[in-house]
Design a protein around this ligand. Structure first.
Ligand code: FHN
Length: 573
C-alpha cells in the first residue's frame, strides 16, 4: 500500500499547493450509507463501505439501493464550509468506490447517481462548484481494480465466476472511460486517489497515471495506482511512520473506525488524539487526509462536525505551525511531541505542559527568542548549554504556569539559518533512550534485502548477519531494561523465535525473541507494538556508547522476519 511512487517530484511546483495544504477532507459516500452497517437486521462487521462484500450481497439486491438513494439534505456548500471551518485545504471524495456505483454523471455506465437514483443530481458537479467558489482543491477517489458490480473487475466472487473474468475488458470498458470523465467534466482537479490496485498490471497503472497527466498535467496521482507509478506515497490506512520522510506522503485516516457511514460505529477519536495526529504527521512531512462518512440523506454526522470544528479552532490559533511548514530537523520522533519549521523558526508542539521547565536535548542551533504561538506576549525564558565530554546540547525553556492549549501547545523558537541538530540518539531527560531504526546504521548480510522501509521499520530481517547499530549519547548512567519494539506484518500474525545477539560496548548477549508485552502506539490508536525483552544492560559512565543487534537465526516458519521499530533502554529503579 505504501510502495514508494517512482515519479516523486518533491520540489516540483505541482506539489506547491499540496505541501502548503497539509490537511484535507476525505469523503466516503455512496449507496452503502443506506444500510449503514446493517443488512437484513444483521450487524455486518467491518468498515461500512465494504458491506456488499462482507454480507455478502448479490449485485441484483445491492443495486436496488440506488432506487432508494435520495440524499435530499445534501448541500455541497455546507460540506465545503465545514472543511474550511476545519482548516482543511482540499477535499477528496469517492467518485466510485469498490461497489462500482458512480457518484457522478457517467456516460460509461448507467450505474450512477444521476441515472439510477431518484435524486438525479450530480453531487460531484455541485461540490466542484462549491470548492471553486471557496478556494478549496478537489480530488477524486476512484477504485480502479475492485468493482463488485462489474463481472470482469476484481473483487466480486459471489456473483461472478472468477475464471470467466477478463480484467482488461473491464479496464477498457469502464475504468479508463470513467477516469477520463472525472478529469474532463469538473474543471481542474487537484489529485486522483486510486485505491487497492489488486490484479492491475504495471502497464495499466502506467496507463492511468499517463491519462491523468495528459488530461490534467498538474493533477497529482497517489501511489495506490499501483506498481510504483504515481506521484506521492499513500501510507497504509490510519498508519503513520515513526520518522521524517522527505518525499511527499499522506495518511488517510478515520474519525471513528469506518470510512462509509455506519450507524453503530461510535468509536470517535477524541479531539486531542486528532490534533496530535495532525501535528505529528506535519512534523514528519506528511499530509493528513481525515475522513467523514455522510449519511444517506447527505448530512455529515454530528460527532464528525464537532471534531472538525474543534480542529479548525486550534488551527486558527496555531496554523502558522502547520501550513506550508517543513518537517522536523530531528529525523526520529520526539517523545514529547512534534516539531515543524519554516525559515528562521522552529515550532515545538508539546502534548503535555511541563510544570515549569521544558528541556530539549540535541538542538545545536542558537535560539534567539522563544514565545508561545497562542500568545507571543507571554515570556518564555531560554537557556542553552553544551556539556563538555558528551558534547550534549541542552535547551531549557522556562514556561508560563498554564498551557495555552489542553491538547497541543506550540512554542516558537527563533533561530538564525538552517536548524542544526545532533544526529545521534540521545537519552531523554526521563532516562529513556530510544534507538530508532531510522537513526541506525543498517548493515545487511551478503545478498540480503534487509532495509529501512517507508514506515520507519526495518524489514526483511531474515538473513543471519543482518545487523543494526547505533552510536548513542547517555547522560545518566545506570541499569536499563532492554526491549525490542516490533510490529505485526499487515494482515499477518507476528512471529517470534529469532535468535538475536545484542552488544553494548563490546559485551554481547544472545537470546531468542518472544512476545513479552504489547504497547499501544501513543500517536495512533490504530497501531501498536509487540515488546520483546532482550535483557538488562549496565552503563557505568556517561558518554558515547555503541549498541548493536544482529540476527543469528530465524524460526523455520518465519517468512517475513521482525518488522522492528527499534530498541528501547528504560532505566531500572
Ligand atoms: O478498501 C478501501 C477502504 O474501503 C477505504 O476506501 C480505504 C481508504 O484508504 N482504502 C481501502 C483500503 O485500504
Amino acid at each position: 500500500m505504501s510502495a514508494e511512487p517512482r515519479t516523486s517530484q518533491p520540489n516540483s511546483d505541482r506539489f506547491a499547493w499540496w505541501r502548503e495544504a497539509r490537511f484535507g477532507l476525505f469523503i466516503h459516500w455512496g449507496l452503502y450509507a443506506l444500510p449503514a452497517g446493517i443488512w437484513q437486521g444483521r450487524e455486518i462487521a467491518g468498515i461500512g463501505e465494504w458491506i456488499m462484500r462482507r454480507a455478502p450481497i448479490p449485485v441484483r439486491e445491492y443495486e436496488q439501493l440506488a432506487g432508494r438513494f435520495n440524499p435530499v439534505e445534501f448541500n455541497a456548500e455546507s460540506w465545503v464550509q465545514l472543511a474550511k471551518e476545519a482548516g482543511m485545504r482540499y477535499i477528496v471524495i469517492t467518485s466510485k468506490h469498490h461497489d462500482g456505483f458512480a457518484l457522478f454523471d457517467s456516460k460509461a455506465s448507467d450505474y450512477d447517481i444521476v441515472d439510477a437514483t431518484p435524486f438525479r443530481r450530480d453531487p460531484i458537479a455541485e461540490l466542484a462548484a462549491a470548492c471553486r467558489k471557496h478556494g478549496l482543491r478537489l480530488g477524486f477517489y476512484y477504485s480502479q481494480a475492485q468493482d463488485w458490480h462489474d463481472p470482469d473487475a476484481d473483487g466480486n466472487d459471489w456473483d461472478y465466476d472468477v475464471a470467466q473474468k477478463d480484467f482488461a475488458r473491464y479496464f477498457e470498458r469502464k475504468c479508463v472511460p470513467q477516469v477520463r470523465e472525472i478529469l474532463t467534466q469538473y474543471g481542474p482537479i487537484g489529485l486522483i486517489w486510486f485505491d487497492t490496485p489488486r490484479t492491475i498490471t504495471p502497464e495499466q497503472s502506467e496507463t492511468l497515471t499517463q491519462l491523468v497527466h495528459t488530461l490534467q498535467p498538474d493533477c497529482l496521482v497517489n501511489s495506490r495506482v499501483g506498481h510504483g507509478a504515481g506521484d506521492y506515497a499513500s501510507q497504509g490506512d490510519n498508519r503513520i511512520p515513526f520518522c521524517v520522510k522527505r518525499e511527499p506522503w499522506e495518511t488517510p485516516a478515520t474519525l471513528n473506525d469506518t470510512w462509509g457511514f455506519k450507524q453503530n460505529d461510535h468509536n470517535w477519536k477524541p479531539v486531542g488524539t486528532l490534533l496530535r495526529l495532525l501535528v505529528d504527521i506535519a512534523g514528519k512531512g506528511g499530509n493528513y487526509l481525515l475522513n467523514v462518512g455522510p449519511t444517506a440523506l447527505g448530512t455529515i454526522p454530528g460527532p464528525s462536525i464537532e471534531r472538525l470544528r474543534a480542529i479548525g479552532r486550534w488551527l486558527k490559533t496555531n496554523g502558522e505551525a502547520i501550513y506550508g511548514t517543513q518537517p522536523s530537523p530531528f529525523l526520529a520522533e520526539q517523545p514529547w511531541g512534534a516539531v515543524t519549521q519554516r525559515p528562521g523558526k522552529l515550532y515545538l508542539q508539546l502534548f503535555a505542559w511541563p510544570k515549569s521547565e521544558f528541556v530539549l536535548r540535541g538542538l545545536q542551533s542558537r535560539v534567539g527568542r522563544a514565545y508561545l504561538l497562542a500568545d507571543p506576549t507571554q515570556k518564555v525564558g531560554v537557556t542553552q548549554s553544551q556539556a563538555g565530554l558528551l558534547d550534549l546540547t541542552e535547551l531549557r525553556l522556562t514556561l508560563p504556569a498554564s498551557a495555552p492549549d489542553p491538547d497541543v501547545s506550540v512554542i516558537v523558537l527563533e533561530i538564525a539559518g538552517e536548524p542544526a541538530v545532533d544526529p545521534a540518539p540521545i537519552q531523554q531527560p526521563d532516562g529513556v533512550l530510544m534507538l530508532e531504526t531510522c537513526l541506525a546504521d543498517v548493515t545487511p548480510a551478503a545478498g540480503s534485502d534487509f532495509r529501512l522501509n517507508s514506515d520507519g521499520h526495518v524489514e526483511n530481517w531474515t538473513t543471519p548477519g543482518d545487523a543494526l547499530s547505533w552510536s548513542c549519547k547517555v547522560a545518566t548512567p545506570g541499569r536499563f531494561a532492554v526491549e525490542l519494539w516490533s510490529s505485526a506484518p499487515r494482515g499477518a500474525a507476528w512471529t517470534g523465535g529469532q535468535t538475536l545477539t545484542w552488544t553494548l560496548d563490546g559485551a554481547a548477549q544472545t537470546m531468542v525473541v518472544q512476545q513479552d508485552d504489547k504497547a499501544p502506539y501513543a500517536r495512533s490508536p490504530h497501531q501498536s507494538f509487540l515488546i520483546s525483552r532482550l535483557g538488562e544492560a549496565t552503563i557505568a559512565q556517561a558518554g558515547q556508547h555503541t549498541f548493536s543487534v544482529r540476527l543469528d537465526g530465524v524460526a523455520a516458519d518465519d517468512a517475513t522476519g521482525l518488522l522492528a521499530r527499534g530498541v528501547r533502554l528504560t532505566p531500572l529503579a
